[in-house]
Design a protein around this ligand. Structure first.
Ligand code: GDP
Length: 195
């Protein structure tokens, strides 16, 4: 699906460090523990790819991966760490804002939502920032294997209702599981189709 290497490129801590804007890129955001690293690993078919972004010191970086030569996949730091120092959060927020508002090749953000929990207050901040930045975002439900069919309908309804308040929200949701591989091919195809 992606011609060329799928690999970790670099961690970026400031706008000047971004690779040249020469291809379409998508970013992944989600509260910590939502299953973002697992999803990126499964999506890329590279088991330890996103682990780099979870190693200490890397957690506040914007991590770039190549999806062949056509796309960048950008792993944004997980949010909602209760223990993160105020100064670290402030610095990160500033970079996030500059990135979302200033990256001309950013085509879509995928916001990961735990299928067991739906959209939480902690997610609203990034959704609002995406609205303000006019970055289209698509909700990706994670850990779908952890819920049954009935809860699935309930959470989909909750997420759809929450997204209605967000002008930048893309209407289509994707339900995924890194455990079973559900929805992974769909998500891969969605990204490949973005240019
Ligand atoms: P991150 O902090 O968002 O990068 O989350 P991780 O990818 O590290 O996952 C957090 C925890 O959830 C780990 O224990 C994973 O094994 C687990 N997890 C992630 N994705 C899935 C999934 O699709 N299904 C299940 N059952 N567990 C998952």
């Amino acid at each position: 699906l992606f011609a060329g290497p799928v690999e970790f490129l670099k961690g970026v801590v400031a706008m000047q460090g971004l690779p040249s804007a020469d291809r379409a890129e998508v970013c992944f955001a989600g509260r910590s523990n939502v299953g973002k690293s697992s999803l990126i690993n499964t999506l890329t078919g590279r088991k330890a790819l996103a682990r780099a972004s979870n190693t200490p010191g890397r957690t506040q970086e914007v991590n770039y991966f190549t999806l062949g030569e056509s796309h960048y996949l950008v792993d944004l730091p997980g949010y909602g760490y209760a223990e993160a120092p105020v100064a670290v959060v402030a610095k990160w927020q500033a970079l996030l804002k500059s990135y979302l508002q200033g990256r001309s090749t950013l085509r879509r953000a995928f916001v990961l939502i735990d299928a067991r929990h739906g959209v939480k207050a902690v997610d609203e901040e990034i959704l609002t920032l995406l609205d303000k930045s006019a970055v289209t975002f698509q909700a990706v439900l994670t850990k779908a294997d952890k819920i049954g069919a009935r809860d699935r309908d309930k959470v989909l309804e909750q997420v759809r209702a929450a997204l209605q308040k967000h002008p930048a929200a893309y209407p289509e949701l994707v339900m995924t599981s890194s455990e079973t591989g559900d929805g992974i091919a769909t998500l891969r195809a969605i990204i490949a189709g973005i240019s």
